[in-house]
Design a protein around this ligand. Structure first.
Ligand code: UDP
Length: 241
């Protein structure tokens, strides 16, 4: 890891100062956490795989007209990104029922939803990322009404694009999480990462889990699943460890 002073360390990534004003470096760790960090482990090679997979997805989204914070991948662990003021809201998109929505609404995993759901959670680990409504976002000023509309519009476009990208490699996009932030001029753009750490991806035909649920549910074979996704996307990712 670089000797630079971290500006922020999260559960799976570290943010360092970038080489120029308005830039940051996003470093992908091998740490895996689940259930609000009550379950933790180190999975050798996960960070490198997510760095490469997220680079690929962000570039595909950019090609399709989505503005993102991604500038370039610097090496196997780090990306150069645009500095943003992060909006403290996690945007969860659900195409099929899985994970926390099942006990919350009495749904069965794998059940189709009547329509795609967009949910919002406050990005606050100490509070366990509670689910919130548009009203909370506006009332507490986490985003303006105009920003909220941009987030929802971009999220719907991203969902359609990601569903196609993954369908082309025989994966069903079950659900995923996005984060957004503001550029200094106020433009709201896509931040964070898009990888099997924050998407649920099931093999077409068998519904085999090809995502972080392999860790959350002690299924094993997480790096093998992430490597398989990278291979299907046509990426060459050096193996670690
Ligand atoms: N997710 C995430 N970070 C979080 C919470 C959820 O990336 O802090 C992703 C998760 O990988 C899944 C989707 O958002 O693809 C929905 O997650 P859910 O609310 O079901 O929570 P989980 O089951 O992960 O606790």
């Amino acid at each position: 890891m670089s000797a630079r002073e971290p500006l922020y360390e999260g559960k799976a990534k570290i943010i360092f100062k970038g080489p120029e004003d308005g830039t940051l470096i996003q470093y992908f760790k091998d740490d895996a956490t689940a259930f609000n960090a009550q379950k933790k482990d180190v999975i050798t090679g996960k960070g490198v795989l997510n760095n490469h997979i997220s680079e690929h997805i962000m570039l595909r989204l950019a090609n399709a007209g989505i503005t993102t914070h991604f500038i370039e991948r610097m090496n196997d662990r780090e990306q150069l990104i645009r500095a943003l003021e992060i909006i403290p809201v996690e945007v969860v998109v659900r195409n099929v029922a899985a994970g926390s929505v099942c006990p919350r609404l009495g749904l069965t995993e794998g059940e189709p939803l009547p329509s795609t759901l967009i949910e919002f959670c406050l990005k606050d680990d100490a509070l366990g990322d509670p689910i919130i409504a548009r009203e909370h976002i506006l009332a507490f000023g986490w985003a303006s009404a105009a920003e909220f509309d941009v987030i929802v519009e971009q999220t719907n476009r991203i969902n359609a694009l990601l569903a196609d990208i993954f369908a082309a490699i025989d994966l069903r996009l079950i659900d995923f999480k996005l984060e957004f932030g503001r550029l200094p001029d106020g433009t709201v753009i896509l931040a964070d990462e898009i990888s099997p750490d924050n998407c649920r991806l099931w093999q077409v035909g068998t519904d085999e889990k090809m995502d972080k649920d392999r860790f959350r549910r002690d299924l094993g074979g997480l790096t093998e699943a992430y490597q398989e996704i990278a291979r299907r996307l046509g990426l060459e990712v050096p193996q670690q460890g």
